[in-house]
Structure formats: structure tokens, C-alpha cells
Design a binder for this molecule. Sequence first.
Ligand code: NAD
Length: 303
Amino acid sequence: MSAKIISGKEIAAQIRDELKKDVAELKDKHGVVPGLVTILVGQNPASISYVTGKQKTAHELGFHSIQDDQPEDISEDALLDLIEKYNKDPKIHGILVQLPLPKHIDEKKVLNAIDPDKDVDGFHPVNVGRLMIGGDEVKFLPCTPAGIQELIVRSGYETSGAEVVVVGRSNIVGKPIANIMLQKGAGANATVTVVHTRTKDLEAHCKRADILIVAAGVPQLVKPEWIKPGSCVIDVGVNRVGEKISEKTGKKIAILKGDVDFDAAKEIAGAITPVPGGVGPMTITMLMKNTVKSARIAAGEGS
Ligand code: NAD
């Protein structure tokens, strides 16, 4: 039987509808409008496209949104001053600095200058620490892993007591999603295994997984015979494997493949995310969710 296809597009749209209601409620109850600033240094085309996507979504949700473009040659001190300005601005609840930054700027220094309570990307060491501690300490989950958790929960898979196997141990996907899944609480409580390039028998671990999360960046690494029948497979990988002409626009576009052999895996798994259209659409939406949470905290609701 063919697996249920978990549509990130549909789930992200559902969450954005919920957020619209939250934004209206925050405005009515507290007169607060979620504020998000995206800072772009230079004119890297990929970065422009990412930032434009974030601003467009923020605008659609009714946020107070600012796109702050800075020249490629901005000094590190000037960028740090700019961040400090937004740290102090009560109308701004989320600050995002689009990466990569030019070579003369210390990325770590810049990201660490963001007020952890406005770090809606969730990568500030304080927020990484809060996630490790868990419970009420957690403020902002990093966006891609938070999106993965939503996909699993909203597609009806039980995480409590489940064997979750995460392929990959990066700071942006593997480690945080492993931490999220082992939290004590709803949508978590899993038994988590993290596998990586030094793991002895990748296949044996994957075969045990009730929920298999793959973030390796290796096209079609996971073979169909590694998948437990009926399991939930979340394919985070986005790999460019060639180019094709778009039927819609007639322009050249990248052919994207995930880390899982989708066509064969969907005949074994119970549910699976496609690439594209699975995890990808969730990331920006979770950034918006974090910004709404930050605004709610600023309005005196929750912590
Ligand atoms: P990364 O390169 O930082 O980390 C990859 C991890 O996978 C490493 O820990 C490595 O040990 C492990 N790995 C690599 N090859 C392996 C192998 N053969 N066997 C076992 N483990 C192996 O990558 P990342 O930033 O975590 O991203 C992973 C993938 O997810 C990439 O394709 C990336 O494009 C994609 N991604 C997608 C989104 C999104 O959809 N929004 C967001 C982030 C990353």
C-alpha cells in the first residue's frame, strides 16, 4: 500500500491560518502587533530570495515587518549597533540576520548580539541551552526542527514511546530535532537515536525506527529496505541533482531530491514527506510562529 504523503504546504497553510487568528487576538486584547525585522547584508541572490519569502509571509499575517538592507561593506561595529537598536525597539519582537555574512564580519559575534528573547531563529546559545533544559525554559525552537515536529504530530503519529531515529547531527537540524523529540511533554517523549557518518550499521538503526528523520544532505542515502513498514519518514534533505525546464515558467529550475529514495520508500512507509513540498515549506511558518510567541510574551501572556 502506498504511504500517506505528508504535505508541508498544507500543514504550513493550516498553521498560518491559526497564526492570523492569534495576530488578530493580540491586537484586540493588547494592541500589540508582532514585529519582525530581517537584516540583509549585501545582495546575494539566494539571500534576497529567502528574505523576500520571509517578509512576504510576515506581511500576509499582518505583522509589523521591516526589511533592513545594508551594504556589503558595512562594518562589524555598525552591524552590531543596528542589532542593538532593534534589541531595544519595543515594536520589534523578532530579529533575523540573513546568513551568510561577508567575510570581514564575525557571524558568531553578530548572532550572539541578538537579544535571546528576540532570537526567533532559535540558534542563540541561550536558546540552545533552554532547549536542553526543556519544559518551561524553552522559548524559541529552531524553525526547521520545530516544523518537523509539527509535521509528525499533525499527521497523527504518536511520538510518546516511539523509536525515533535521526540521521545527521548538525546544529541546525539533527541535534535540535533529537533534543525536541526526547523532551518530556506532548509531541515528544520518544526514545531517540542519532546516527551519523561514524555510525557502524546505519541500516540496522533505521530499520528500528517508528519515526525516521533524515537530515544528511546525501541524495537517496536511505534505501527502501532500511524502512520499517508503516513507519513515518521525514526527509529533510534538499539536494540539487540536475536542472530541468519549468513547465510553468519555461525557465531552468533545479531538480531536487531528498535523502530518501522516495518512490520506493512510499510503498513501505506509512507516511512520508515529499521533496520538495515536505519540510521546506514549514521553516518560514515556524519563524512566524516564534515571532507571534515573542509578541505574546512581550504583551504579558506566557513566558
Ligand atoms: P550538515 O551537512 O550540516 O549535516 C549533515 C549530517 O549528516 C552530519 O552530521 C553528518 O554526520 C551526517 N551524514 C552525512 N552523510 C552521512 C552518511 N552517509 N551517513 C550517515 N550520516 C551522514 O547538513 P544539515 O544542515 O543538517 O542539512 C541536511 C540536509 O537537510 C541538507 O540536504 C539540507 O539542504 C537540508 N535542510 C533542509 C531544510 C529545509 O527544508 N528547510 C533546512 C535545513 C537543512
